[in-house]
Ligand binder design. Sequence first.
Ligand SMILES: *[C@@H]1O[C@H](CO)[C@@H](O)[C@H](O)[C@H]1NC(C)=O
Ligand SMILES: *[C@@H]1O[C@H](CO)[C@@H](O)[C@H](O)[C@H]1NC(C)=O
Length: 360
Amino acid sequence: MSVFPVRRNGKSMKICHILTITLITLLSGIVTFVFSGFEATANKRGPVNVPSRREFNINNITTTDSFPYPDSNYLNDNSYHEYVITQDNTFKHGYAEVKACARRFPEAIIIGIQKCGTTALAEFLGIHPQLAVKKEQTYFFSSNYSLGLDWYLHQMPCSHGNAITIERTPQYYYMKHVPGRISEMDRGMKLILIVCDPVQRTVSNFAMAKYRNREHINSRFEEEAFTFKNDHDIRVNENNLYVDKSRYAKYLQQWLDAFPRNQIHVVNGDAFSINPVQELRKIETFLNIDPYIKPFHFERTPVSGFYCLRSKSRRLRCLPRTKGRAHPVVKQEYLSKLKQYFAEQNELFFRLLRIEGFIW
Ligand SMILES: *[C@@H]1O[C@H](CO)[C@@H](O)[C@H](O)[C@H]1NC(C)=O
Ligand SMILES: *[C@@H]1O[C@H](CO)[C@@H](O)[C@H](O)[C@H]1NC(C)=O
């Protein structure tokens, strides 16, 4: 770390300003602000065009305008450098460190599957220092494509050093224009696909829709996912959206047509929810980054049964409660019908991807 003690002699208003604000943010210990005036680069990973540490004289900071916003590195569209002012333990001195960072196009995209844990996956990968994860969905290659690559780039988080940028929009998996668009931008794109038991996925998707769309509030899962001719003729409703979205093989070929198999990494979402570390390790290997994520980073909460992240300050960070939304209770006979219905699709899916070890 390159640190620059702030001289207390020859104080200017700016120093006072900086120290005051630094003190306000003692809790985090870090104030981030943006140095504007540089063009954002469309660079992929590689050396950023400035030294990663640069000495600057705290008297001549030209960015006091944007300074009062902690974590403001997303505010300025042209942000290119990030300056981090930290405080030493005695709080007698301010220290300034300059880190270069740049927005970059992603080198990996979590393309799906909805309701299989993409939120947790993005959240958990975010703790890796060699990854810069865009956690909110951009929908760029699907609905926001007309906004252009510049827009897309500016959605990306600032990434330090050699960090790889990742985005996550699970809707992509189902959209037929998306694979071609991604490949057109970057044929070497790495794709991460987290999959889970399609029966559970269908139920979970229904639960989410019921929660989000009020019109579904009184409908029952069985009524939506099945058609009833009579008591003896109960079939899976193929026209139901949530059923359709669980037919994974149906949407796979469009990806295999656009990308070589070795650029697609399949994450076992059921295993991931039981033991995230094991699946995260495989992703580290796939992305060619150092093994960093350890069991220490996770703690299972007794209430939801979900894993939470343990941050440096040892406080637990959990996913929002809606992620643990209760599923409707569905009778075993209906679940069995669904399981039977998906069996053929599943086999095809496994065969096309040459994967095994899945129990659905
Ligand atoms: C601030 O001053 C230092 C030393 O005079 C100089 O090297 C640096 O480029 C200046 N920084 C800015 C942002 O003007
Ligand atoms: C991007 O797409 C999403 C989903 O269609 C939409 O909600 C959002 O407003 C779009 N963003 C912009 C900037 O248009």
